[in-house]
Design a binder for this molecule. Structure first.
Ligand code: MLC
Ligand code: AMP
Length: 458
Protein backbone atom coordinates (compact mmCIF):
# COMPACT_ATOMS: atom_id res chain seq x y z
CA UNK A 1 0.00 0.00 0.00
CA UNK A 2 1.47 3.30 -1.15
CA UNK A 3 1.01 5.81 1.69
CA UNK A 4 0.12 8.64 -0.66
CA UNK A 5 -3.00 6.78 -1.76
CA UNK A 6 -4.17 6.93 1.85
CA UNK A 7 -2.99 10.50 2.46
CA UNK A 8 -4.84 11.62 -0.69
CA UNK A 9 -8.11 10.89 1.12
CA UNK A 10 -7.26 14.14 2.90
CA UNK A 11 -4.55 15.97 0.93
CA UNK A 12 -6.60 15.91 -2.28
CA UNK A 13 -10.17 14.95 -1.37
CA UNK A 14 -10.41 17.34 1.59
CA UNK A 15 -8.06 20.01 0.26
CA UNK A 16 -10.17 22.97 1.43
CA UNK A 17 -10.72 21.65 4.97
CA UNK A 18 -8.71 22.89 7.96
CA UNK A 19 -5.99 20.33 8.65
CA UNK A 20 -3.40 21.64 11.05
CA UNK A 21 -3.12 24.27 13.74
CA UNK A 22 0.47 25.11 14.40
CA UNK A 23 1.66 28.06 16.44
CA UNK A 24 -1.55 30.05 15.89
CA UNK A 25 -1.77 29.42 12.12
CA UNK A 26 -4.27 27.06 10.50
CA UNK A 27 -3.28 25.21 7.33
CA UNK A 28 -5.69 23.38 5.01
CA UNK A 29 -4.88 19.94 3.61
CA UNK A 30 -4.42 21.56 0.21
CA UNK A 31 -1.85 23.96 1.65
CA UNK A 32 0.06 21.05 3.17
CA UNK A 33 -0.04 19.32 -0.20
CA UNK A 34 1.50 22.27 -2.04
CA UNK A 35 4.01 23.10 0.73
CA UNK A 36 5.30 19.52 0.70
CA UNK A 37 5.37 19.45 -3.12
CA UNK A 38 7.63 22.50 -3.05
CA UNK A 39 9.94 20.89 -0.50
CA UNK A 40 9.98 17.67 -2.57
CA UNK A 41 10.93 19.60 -5.71
CA UNK A 42 13.60 21.53 -3.77
CA UNK A 43 15.05 18.23 -2.52
CA UNK A 44 14.96 16.81 -6.03
CA UNK A 45 16.84 19.90 -7.26
CA UNK A 46 19.48 19.09 -4.65
CA UNK A 47 19.88 15.69 -6.28
CA UNK A 48 17.82 13.54 -3.91
CA UNK A 49 16.63 10.28 -5.46
CA UNK A 50 14.54 7.38 -4.20
CA UNK A 51 16.32 5.44 -1.46
CA UNK A 52 18.51 8.35 -0.28
CA UNK A 53 18.34 9.08 3.43
CA UNK A 54 17.47 12.46 4.94
CA UNK A 55 18.07 13.04 8.66
CA UNK A 56 16.04 15.56 10.60
CA UNK A 57 17.04 16.89 14.00
CA UNK A 58 14.11 19.18 14.71
CA UNK A 59 11.46 19.71 17.36
CA UNK A 60 7.80 19.46 16.27
CA UNK A 61 6.93 22.16 13.72
CA UNK A 62 5.01 22.42 10.46
CA UNK A 63 8.21 22.20 8.40
CA UNK A 64 8.89 18.77 9.87
CA UNK A 65 5.57 17.61 8.42
CA UNK A 66 6.42 19.25 5.08
CA UNK A 67 9.74 17.38 4.99
CA UNK A 68 8.18 14.05 5.96
CA UNK A 69 5.54 14.35 3.23
CA UNK A 70 8.18 15.41 0.71
CA UNK A 71 10.24 12.32 1.57
CA UNK A 72 7.18 10.08 1.16
CA UNK A 73 6.50 11.62 -2.25
CA UNK A 74 10.08 11.06 -3.45
CA UNK A 75 10.70 7.68 -1.85
CA UNK A 76 13.45 9.32 0.21
CA UNK A 77 13.95 7.63 3.58
CA UNK A 78 13.13 9.90 6.52
CA UNK A 79 15.48 9.44 9.49
CA UNK A 80 14.34 11.46 12.52
CA UNK A 81 16.74 12.02 15.43
CA UNK A 82 15.65 12.63 19.02
CA UNK A 83 16.04 16.36 19.63
CA UNK A 84 17.48 15.65 23.09
CA UNK A 85 20.41 13.69 21.65
CA UNK A 86 23.90 15.21 21.82
CA UNK A 87 26.82 15.04 19.34
CA UNK A 88 27.95 11.52 20.28
CA UNK A 89 24.45 10.08 19.84
CA UNK A 90 23.81 12.02 16.62
CA UNK A 91 27.15 10.93 15.16
CA UNK A 92 26.23 7.29 15.68
CA UNK A 93 23.04 7.73 13.65
CA UNK A 94 24.49 9.81 10.83
CA UNK A 95 27.48 7.46 10.60
CA UNK A 96 25.18 4.49 10.23
CA UNK A 97 22.39 5.91 8.06
CA UNK A 98 24.73 7.93 5.80
CA UNK A 99 22.16 10.59 4.96
CA UNK A 100 22.61 12.92 2.01
CA UNK A 101 21.83 15.77 4.39
CA UNK A 102 20.94 16.48 8.02
CA UNK A 103 18.31 19.16 8.45
CA UNK A 104 18.55 20.98 11.79
CA UNK A 105 17.61 24.47 12.97
CA UNK A 106 20.66 25.91 11.21
CA UNK A 107 20.13 24.24 7.83
CA UNK A 108 16.31 24.41 7.74
CA UNK A 109 15.95 28.05 6.56
CA UNK A 110 18.02 27.42 3.41
CA UNK A 111 15.88 24.43 2.46
CA UNK A 112 12.63 26.31 3.09
CA UNK A 113 13.95 29.21 1.05
CA UNK A 114 14.70 26.90 -1.89
CA UNK A 115 11.22 25.37 -1.45
CA UNK A 116 9.59 28.80 -1.57
CA UNK A 117 10.89 29.17 -5.14
CA UNK A 118 10.17 25.60 -6.23
CA UNK A 119 7.29 24.29 -8.33
CA UNK A 120 4.26 23.22 -6.27
CA UNK A 121 3.13 20.34 -8.49
CA UNK A 122 3.53 16.85 -7.11
CA UNK A 123 6.64 15.03 -8.33
CA UNK A 124 5.89 11.60 -9.73
CA UNK A 125 7.81 8.62 -8.48
CA UNK A 126 7.01 4.93 -8.71
CA UNK A 127 6.67 3.59 -5.19
CA UNK A 128 5.07 0.52 -3.72
CA UNK A 129 4.27 -1.01 -0.33
CA UNK A 130 7.74 -2.46 0.40
CA UNK A 131 9.40 0.96 -0.25
CA UNK A 132 11.08 2.14 2.99
CA UNK A 133 9.49 5.33 4.33
CA UNK A 134 11.59 5.84 7.46
CA UNK A 135 14.44 4.49 9.51
CA UNK A 136 14.00 5.00 13.22
CA UNK A 137 16.86 4.28 15.57
CA UNK A 138 16.07 2.14 18.57
CA UNK A 139 18.17 0.36 21.11
CA UNK A 140 16.28 -2.91 20.61
CA UNK A 141 17.03 -5.67 23.10
CA UNK A 142 20.77 -5.97 22.54
CA UNK A 143 23.77 -4.07 21.25
CA UNK A 144 24.08 -0.50 20.02
CA UNK A 145 21.25 1.55 18.60
CA UNK A 146 20.06 0.08 15.30
CA UNK A 147 17.95 1.56 12.53
CA UNK A 148 14.52 -0.06 12.13
CA UNK A 149 13.54 0.14 8.45
CA UNK A 150 9.82 0.94 8.28
CA UNK A 151 8.03 0.58 4.96
CA UNK A 152 4.96 2.23 3.46
CA UNK A 153 3.13 -1.04 4.13
CA UNK A 154 4.13 -1.01 7.81
CA UNK A 155 2.95 2.58 8.37
CA UNK A 156 -0.25 1.96 6.41
CA UNK A 157 -1.15 -1.29 8.16
CA UNK A 158 -0.65 0.31 11.57
CA UNK A 159 -2.62 3.46 10.84
CA UNK A 160 -5.53 1.70 9.15
CA UNK A 161 -5.72 -0.67 12.10
CA UNK A 162 -5.84 2.18 14.60
CA UNK A 163 -8.45 4.13 12.61
CA UNK A 164 -10.75 1.13 12.81
CA UNK A 165 -9.90 0.01 16.35
CA UNK A 166 -10.15 3.47 17.94
CA UNK A 167 -12.81 4.79 15.56
CA UNK A 168 -10.83 7.84 14.52
CA UNK A 169 -12.70 9.96 11.99
CA UNK A 170 -12.86 13.32 10.24
CA UNK A 171 -14.83 14.88 13.09
CA UNK A 172 -12.08 14.32 15.63
CA UNK A 173 -10.11 17.20 17.08
CA UNK A 174 -6.70 15.80 17.84
CA UNK A 175 -4.22 17.40 20.24
CA UNK A 176 -0.71 16.02 19.69
CA UNK A 177 2.11 17.00 22.03
CA UNK A 178 4.40 14.00 21.58
CA UNK A 179 7.66 14.28 19.62
CA UNK A 180 7.42 13.40 15.91
CA UNK A 181 10.82 11.69 15.97
CA UNK A 182 9.30 8.54 17.52
CA UNK A 183 6.69 6.18 16.11
CA UNK A 184 4.17 7.08 18.82
CA UNK A 185 3.62 10.54 17.33
CA UNK A 186 4.87 9.84 13.80
CA UNK A 187 3.30 6.44 13.14
CA UNK A 188 0.18 6.62 15.28
CA UNK A 189 -0.39 10.38 15.47
CA UNK A 190 0.58 11.88 12.13
CA UNK A 191 -0.69 8.97 10.03
CA UNK A 192 -4.10 8.59 11.63
CA UNK A 193 -4.57 12.34 11.29
CA UNK A 194 -3.56 12.45 7.61
CA UNK A 195 -5.71 9.46 6.68
CA UNK A 196 -8.81 10.35 8.72
CA UNK A 197 -8.73 14.01 7.69
CA UNK A 198 -9.42 15.22 11.21
CA UNK A 199 -8.17 18.52 12.61
CA UNK A 200 -4.81 18.42 14.38
CA UNK A 201 -3.35 20.91 16.81
CA UNK A 202 0.36 20.18 17.05
CA UNK A 203 2.39 21.40 20.03
CA UNK A 204 6.16 21.77 20.05
CA UNK A 205 6.19 19.52 23.11
CA UNK A 206 4.14 18.55 26.14
CA UNK A 207 4.72 21.22 28.79
CA UNK A 208 2.78 20.42 31.94
CA UNK A 209 2.57 24.13 32.81
CA UNK A 210 0.59 25.01 29.68
CA UNK A 211 -1.04 21.66 28.81
CA UNK A 212 -4.23 22.24 30.79
CA UNK A 213 -4.86 25.56 29.03
CA UNK A 214 -4.26 23.93 25.63
CA UNK A 215 -6.72 21.15 26.45
CA UNK A 216 -9.36 23.61 27.67
CA UNK A 217 -8.94 25.96 24.77
CA UNK A 218 -8.74 23.47 21.86
CA UNK A 219 -11.35 21.06 23.28
CA UNK A 220 -9.85 17.98 21.68
CA UNK A 221 -11.76 14.74 21.25
CA UNK A 222 -8.56 12.71 20.90
CA UNK A 223 -5.30 12.73 22.86
CA UNK A 224 -2.25 10.43 22.86
CA UNK A 225 0.15 10.37 25.80
CA UNK A 226 2.86 8.42 27.59
CA UNK A 227 2.25 7.56 31.28
CA UNK A 228 4.36 10.51 32.52
CA UNK A 229 1.92 12.85 30.78
CA UNK A 230 -1.07 11.26 32.54
CA UNK A 231 0.74 11.49 35.90
CA UNK A 232 1.27 15.20 35.21
CA UNK A 233 -2.40 15.65 34.24
CA UNK A 234 -3.55 14.25 37.60
CA UNK A 235 -2.63 17.70 38.97
CA UNK A 236 -5.40 19.32 36.88
CA UNK A 237 -7.93 21.19 39.08
CA UNK A 238 -11.16 19.25 39.29
CA UNK A 239 -13.39 21.72 37.36
CA UNK A 240 -10.87 21.90 34.53
CA UNK A 241 -10.54 18.09 34.46
CA UNK A 242 -14.34 17.76 34.21
CA UNK A 243 -14.50 20.30 31.38
CA UNK A 244 -11.71 18.55 29.45
CA UNK A 245 -13.33 15.15 30.05
CA UNK A 246 -16.70 16.43 28.81
CA UNK A 247 -15.47 17.16 25.28
CA UNK A 248 -12.90 14.34 25.02
CA UNK A 249 -13.75 11.10 23.22
CA UNK A 250 -10.58 9.08 23.78
CA UNK A 251 -7.36 9.25 25.82
CA UNK A 252 -4.73 6.71 24.71
CA UNK A 253 -1.60 5.73 26.65
CA UNK A 254 1.44 3.75 25.54
CA UNK A 255 5.24 3.50 25.18
CA UNK A 256 5.67 2.54 28.84
CA UNK A 257 3.50 0.83 31.49
CA UNK A 258 0.58 2.89 32.83
CA UNK A 259 0.30 2.13 36.56
CA UNK A 260 -3.18 0.85 37.48
CA UNK A 261 -3.29 3.50 40.22
CA UNK A 262 -2.85 6.29 37.65
CA UNK A 263 -5.58 4.73 35.48
CA UNK A 264 -7.99 4.77 38.46
CA UNK A 265 -7.11 8.28 39.65
CA UNK A 266 -7.40 9.60 36.11
CA UNK A 267 -10.84 8.01 35.68
CA UNK A 268 -12.00 9.63 38.90
CA UNK A 269 -10.75 13.05 37.87
CA UNK A 270 -11.54 13.17 34.14
CA UNK A 271 -14.34 10.60 33.90
CA UNK A 272 -12.43 8.62 31.26
CA UNK A 273 -10.90 5.14 31.22
CA UNK A 274 -7.55 5.63 29.47
CA UNK A 275 -7.15 3.16 26.61
CA UNK A 276 -3.74 1.50 27.02
CA UNK A 277 -2.04 -0.10 24.06
CA UNK A 278 1.33 -1.71 23.41
CA UNK A 279 3.79 -1.32 20.58
CA UNK A 280 7.40 -0.87 19.67
CA UNK A 281 9.39 0.84 16.94
CA UNK A 282 10.05 -2.38 15.03
CA UNK A 283 6.40 -3.47 15.02
CA UNK A 284 4.20 -0.41 15.49
CA UNK A 285 1.08 -1.26 17.54
CA UNK A 286 0.39 -4.88 18.44
CA UNK A 287 -2.03 -5.01 21.32
CA UNK A 288 -4.75 -2.65 22.46
CA UNK A 289 -7.49 -2.46 25.01
CA UNK A 290 -10.88 -2.31 23.32
CA UNK A 291 -12.58 0.93 22.31
CA UNK A 292 -15.93 -0.66 23.11
CA UNK A 293 -15.76 -3.00 26.08
CA UNK A 294 -13.71 -3.27 29.23
CA UNK A 295 -10.42 -1.33 29.32
CA UNK A 296 -8.66 -3.30 31.99
CA UNK A 297 -6.06 -1.41 34.04
CA UNK A 298 -2.58 -2.93 34.10
CA UNK A 299 -3.20 -4.79 30.84
CA UNK A 300 -2.60 -3.94 27.19
CA UNK A 301 -5.70 -5.69 25.89
CA UNK A 302 -5.90 -7.93 22.83
CA UNK A 303 -4.06 -8.31 19.50
CA UNK A 304 -5.17 -5.65 17.01
CA UNK A 305 -6.89 -6.88 13.82
CA UNK A 306 -4.53 -8.77 11.52
CA UNK A 307 -1.88 -9.31 14.18
CA UNK A 308 -0.92 -12.75 15.43
CA UNK A 309 0.49 -12.82 18.96
CA UNK A 310 1.80 -15.71 21.00
CA UNK A 311 3.83 -16.22 24.15
CA UNK A 312 6.84 -18.56 23.89
CA UNK A 313 8.88 -19.23 27.04
CA UNK A 314 7.31 -16.12 28.56
CA UNK A 315 8.32 -13.86 25.65
CA UNK A 316 5.76 -12.15 23.45
CA UNK A 317 6.14 -12.80 19.70
CA UNK A 318 4.14 -11.02 17.00
CA UNK A 319 3.53 -11.25 13.27
CA UNK A 320 1.62 -8.98 10.91
CA UNK A 321 1.82 -6.43 8.12
CA UNK A 322 2.82 -3.84 10.73
CA UNK A 323 6.10 -5.63 11.55
CA UNK A 324 9.22 -4.01 10.09
CA UNK A 325 11.43 -5.14 7.24
CA UNK A 326 14.59 -5.46 9.33
CA UNK A 327 17.45 -3.43 10.78
CA UNK A 328 19.33 -1.13 8.43
CA UNK A 329 22.42 -2.94 7.13
CA UNK A 330 22.33 -5.50 9.93
CA UNK A 331 21.24 -8.83 8.44
CA UNK A 332 22.47 -10.81 11.44
CA UNK A 333 20.59 -8.74 14.01
CA UNK A 334 17.52 -8.91 11.75
CA UNK A 335 17.72 -12.70 11.43
CA UNK A 336 18.18 -13.07 15.19
CA UNK A 337 15.06 -11.04 15.93
CA UNK A 338 12.73 -13.34 13.94
CA UNK A 339 11.74 -16.95 14.61
CA UNK A 340 11.90 -19.54 11.83
CA UNK A 341 8.19 -19.14 11.16
CA UNK A 342 8.43 -15.38 10.84
CA UNK A 343 7.36 -14.10 14.26
CA UNK A 344 9.21 -11.09 15.68
CA UNK A 345 10.71 -11.58 19.14
CA UNK A 346 9.68 -8.48 21.07
CA UNK A 347 11.89 -9.03 24.11
CA UNK A 348 8.86 -8.21 26.27
CA UNK A 349 7.68 -10.79 28.76
CA UNK A 350 3.91 -11.24 28.88
CA UNK A 351 1.05 -13.37 30.11
CA UNK A 352 -2.48 -13.82 28.80
CA UNK A 353 -5.58 -14.09 30.98
CA UNK A 354 -8.17 -16.79 30.34
CA UNK A 355 -10.41 -14.15 28.73
CA UNK A 356 -7.65 -12.98 26.38
CA UNK A 357 -6.19 -9.81 27.96
CA UNK A 358 -2.40 -9.54 27.74
CA UNK A 359 -0.33 -8.17 30.62
CA UNK A 360 3.31 -7.17 30.18
CA UNK A 361 5.59 -8.41 32.93
CA UNK A 362 8.88 -6.72 32.06
CA UNK A 363 11.67 -6.94 29.54
CA UNK A 364 14.04 -9.70 28.64
CA UNK A 365 16.92 -7.22 28.17
CA UNK A 366 17.80 -4.47 30.64
CA UNK A 367 16.16 -1.58 28.81
CA UNK A 368 15.14 1.38 31.00
CA UNK A 369 12.14 3.49 29.91
CA UNK A 370 12.02 7.01 31.38
CA UNK A 371 9.14 9.30 30.46
CA UNK A 372 8.57 7.11 27.40
CA UNK A 373 12.15 7.55 26.18
CA UNK A 374 14.30 4.41 25.96
CA UNK A 375 17.66 4.17 27.67
CA UNK A 376 20.07 1.37 26.91
CA UNK A 377 22.33 0.99 30.00
CA UNK A 378 25.31 -0.24 28.03
CA UNK A 379 25.62 3.03 26.17
CA UNK A 380 25.98 4.93 29.48
CA UNK A 381 28.27 2.27 30.93
CA UNK A 382 30.57 2.56 27.92
CA UNK A 383 30.83 6.33 28.32
CA UNK A 384 31.55 5.97 32.06
CA UNK A 385 34.23 3.35 31.43
CA UNK A 386 36.04 5.76 29.10
CA UNK A 387 36.56 8.16 32.04
CA UNK A 388 39.76 8.23 34.09
CA UNK A 389 39.59 6.27 37.34
CA UNK A 390 36.42 4.30 36.48
CA UNK A 391 37.28 0.59 36.61
CA UNK A 392 33.79 -0.94 36.48
CA UNK A 393 30.36 0.50 35.78
CA UNK A 394 26.81 -0.83 35.91
CA UNK A 395 23.76 1.29 35.12
CA UNK A 396 20.30 0.24 36.17
CA UNK A 397 16.82 1.73 36.44
CA UNK A 398 15.01 2.58 39.68
CA UNK A 399 11.31 3.29 40.04
CA UNK A 400 10.22 6.91 39.75
CA UNK A 401 6.67 8.18 40.38
CA UNK A 402 6.67 10.64 37.50
CA UNK A 403 8.94 9.14 34.83
CA UNK A 404 8.33 5.44 35.54
CA UNK A 405 12.04 4.72 35.84
CA UNK A 406 15.24 6.76 36.06
CA UNK A 407 18.84 5.54 35.57
CA UNK A 408 21.41 5.28 38.36
CA UNK A 409 25.08 4.26 38.05
CA UNK A 410 27.16 2.00 40.27
CA UNK A 411 30.90 2.45 39.89
CA UNK A 412 34.11 0.91 41.10
CA UNK A 413 37.25 3.05 41.08
CA UNK A 414 38.64 6.40 42.03
CA UNK A 415 36.69 9.22 40.38
CA UNK A 416 34.96 12.55 40.92
CA UNK A 417 31.14 12.20 40.80
CA UNK A 418 30.55 15.83 39.83
CA UNK A 419 32.95 15.51 36.91
CA UNK A 420 31.25 12.30 35.74
CA UNK A 421 27.88 14.03 35.87
CA UNK A 422 29.23 16.97 33.89
CA UNK A 423 30.59 14.64 31.21
CA UNK A 424 27.32 12.70 30.99
CA UNK A 425 25.36 15.97 30.64
CA UNK A 426 27.63 17.08 27.81
CA UNK A 427 27.64 13.76 25.95
CA UNK A 428 24.18 12.27 26.49
CA UNK A 429 20.52 13.20 26.17
CA UNK A 430 19.33 14.64 29.52
CA UNK A 431 17.02 11.70 30.26
CA UNK A 432 20.02 9.32 30.12
CA UNK A 433 22.11 11.14 32.75
CA UNK A 434 22.26 8.94 35.89
CA UNK A 435 20.50 10.47 38.89
CA UNK A 436 23.12 9.02 41.20
CA UNK A 437 26.74 7.92 40.81
CA UNK A 438 27.15 5.40 43.62
CA UNK A 439 30.56 4.16 44.64
CA UNK A 440 30.69 0.43 45.39
CA UNK A 441 33.55 -1.96 46.23
CA UNK A 442 32.60 -4.42 43.53
CA UNK A 443 29.91 -5.13 40.96
CA UNK A 444 28.17 -8.47 41.58
CA UNK A 445 28.85 -10.92 38.73
CA UNK A 446 28.01 -14.50 37.88
CA UNK A 447 30.75 -17.11 37.56
CA UNK A 448 30.76 -16.29 33.83
CA UNK A 449 31.34 -12.60 34.52
CA UNK A 450 27.84 -11.34 33.67
CA UNK A 451 26.70 -8.42 35.85
CA UNK A 452 23.84 -9.32 38.19
CA UNK A 453 22.02 -6.02 38.24
CA UNK A 454 19.31 -7.26 40.57
CA UNK A 455 21.94 -7.71 43.31
CA UNK A 456 23.08 -4.07 43.21
CA UNK A 457 22.09 -1.96 46.25
CA UNK A 458 19.23 0.50 45.61
C1 MLC B 1 11.25 16.32 27.41
N1 MLC B 1 12.20 17.24 27.30
C2 MLC B 1 12.15 17.77 26.07
C3 MLC B 1 11.11 17.10 25.40
N2 MLC B 1 10.57 16.23 26.26
N3 MLC B 1 12.88 18.68 25.47
C4 MLC B 1 12.60 18.98 24.20
N4 MLC B 1 11.61 18.38 23.49
C5 MLC B 1 10.86 17.43 24.07
N5 MLC B 1 9.91 16.85 23.35
C6 MLC B 1 13.21 17.54 28.36
C7 MLC B 1 12.99 18.80 29.12
O1 MLC B 1 13.58 19.89 28.48
C8 MLC B 1 13.70 18.46 30.44
O2 MLC B 1 15.10 18.51 30.24
C9 MLC B 1 13.32 17.02 30.65
O3 MLC B 1 13.13 16.50 29.33
C10 MLC B 1 12.08 16.83 31.50
O4 MLC B 1 11.11 17.80 31.14
P1 MLC B 1 9.78 18.09 31.96
O5 MLC B 1 9.20 19.39 31.52
O6 MLC B 1 9.98 17.87 33.42
O7 MLC B 1 8.88 17.02 31.31
P2 MLC B 1 7.99 15.88 31.93
O8 MLC B 1 6.81 16.49 32.60
O9 MLC B 1 8.85 14.91 32.64
O10 MLC B 1 7.48 15.22 30.59
C11 MLC B 1 8.39 14.69 29.71
C12 MLC B 1 7.63 14.15 28.49
C13 MLC B 1 8.71 13.60 27.56
C14 MLC B 1 6.66 13.06 28.90
C15 MLC B 1 6.88 15.25 27.83
O11 MLC B 1 9.45 12.61 28.28
C16 MLC B 1 8.14 13.02 26.31
O12 MLC B 1 7.75 13.72 25.41
N6 MLC B 1 8.08 11.70 26.22
C17 MLC B 1 7.51 11.02 25.07
C18 MLC B 1 8.46 10.08 24.47
C19 MLC B 1 7.83 9.29 23.33
O13 MLC B 1 7.11 9.82 22.49
N7 MLC B 1 8.10 8.01 23.29
C20 MLC B 1 7.60 7.14 22.30
C21 MLC B 1 8.66 6.18 21.84
S1 MLC B 1 7.99 5.07 20.64
P3 MLC B 1 16.18 18.78 31.42
O14 MLC B 1 17.46 18.99 30.69
O15 MLC B 1 15.64 19.99 32.13
O16 MLC B 1 16.16 17.54 32.26
C22 MLC B 1 7.58 3.70 21.57
C23 MLC B 1 6.70 2.70 20.94
C24 MLC B 1 5.33 2.84 21.49
O17 MLC B 1 7.92 3.60 22.70
O18 MLC B 1 4.74 1.85 21.93
O19 MLC B 1 4.84 3.99 21.49
P1 AMP C 1 10.71 1.57 21.53
O1 AMP C 1 11.87 0.67 21.31
O2 AMP C 1 11.06 2.98 21.84
O3 AMP C 1 9.78 1.48 20.42
O4 AMP C 1 9.97 1.05 22.82
C1 AMP C 1 9.24 -0.13 22.78
C2 AMP C 1 9.09 -0.70 24.16
O5 AMP C 1 8.23 0.12 24.94
C3 AMP C 1 8.38 -2.03 24.14
O6 AMP C 1 9.23 -3.10 23.79
C4 AMP C 1 7.85 -2.13 25.55
O7 AMP C 1 8.85 -2.60 26.43
C5 AMP C 1 7.55 -0.67 25.89
N1 AMP C 1 6.09 -0.39 25.84
C6 AMP C 1 5.36 0.15 24.85
N2 AMP C 1 4.06 0.25 25.21
C7 AMP C 1 3.97 -0.26 26.46
C8 AMP C 1 2.91 -0.44 27.40
N3 AMP C 1 1.66 -0.05 27.14
N4 AMP C 1 3.21 -1.00 28.59
C9 AMP C 1 4.47 -1.38 28.89
N5 AMP C 1 5.51 -1.23 28.06
C10 AMP C 1 5.28 -0.67 26.87
Amino acid sequence: MHLLHLFDLSLIARCDEPALEWNGTTFTFGELESRSNRVANALRARGFVKGDRLCVYLANRVELIDIYLACVKLGVIFVPINILYRDREIAHITGDAEPRVLIDEQSLPALMDEAAHADDSRPSESLDGPTPAAIIYTSGTTGASKGAVLTHDNFAANAVNLLAAWQIGERDRFLLALPLFHIHALGNGLHTWLISGCRLRLLERFDHRSAIDELLEFQPTLFFGVPTIYVRLLETPIEAARAIGATMRLFVSGSAPLPARVFEQFRERFGHAILERYGMTETFMNLSNPYVGERRPGTVGFPLPGIAARIVDGELEVKGANVFAGYWRRPEATAASFTEDGFFRTGDLAERSTDGYYTLLGRRGDLIISGGFNIYPREIEELLLEQAGVREAAVTGVADELRGEVPIAFLVGDFDEAELERICRAELASFKVPRRFARVDSIPRTALGKVQKHLLPR
